[in-house]
Design a protein around this ligand. Sequence first.
Ligand code: HEM
Length: 179
Amino acid sequence: MEKMQGEGEVDHLAQPSPLTDREKVVIQESWTKVYQNCDDTGVTILVRLFVNFPSSKQYFSQFKHIEEAEELQRSAQLRKHARRVMDAINTLVESLDNSDKVASVLKLVGKAHALRHKVEPVYFKILSGVILEVLGEAFPEVMTPEVAAAWTKLLATICCGITAIYEEVGWNKLSTSTG
Ligand code: HEM
């Protein structure tokens, strides 16, 4: 049976302390390498999410019934979403010193996924664990313990911000009222 806990240590309920200047720098430096391989890394992350947590496919009309990793990898809808996730993370990483920009990106993503795509917020936590795992495997020389700790904090901040938007748009009320 599929595990529903994120694989990493990201806890979307605990509001992390703000990133330090040093953490911002190590995130930005490490991201440069990751973003150079944006398409491959994004697709690897999304395929891992959908293979390890098959229920996360339910929201995607074009590949929700596909099980084979190779076939998932070729899906245009998956590849498009991978690119969007990576581009959004890129904007966040570039804007670590601009809290208004970070808040507006999280608001857009949170609102669209809650209201339009109706994605359970737990999947953001699960995805964060998968991101940490794949970055650690694909870039072992970059993801030192210090860098991984900074990424864990950034991803927890993202999950926390998105969960706050879900609450703001009444996600609890909506999901309990529909059973
Ligand atoms: C950091 C995490 C994520 C980011 C930055 C992100 C970003 C985006 C963006 C920019 C779009 C396109 C614009 C829109 O329709 O709102 C999108 C669409 C979508 N996202 Fe996400 N997403 C994330 C995580 C997830 C997760 C965890 C799921 C579900 C398990 C999900 C499911 C969807 C679906 C179903 C669509 C519509 C796809 C389509 O119409 O082809 N997203 N996402």
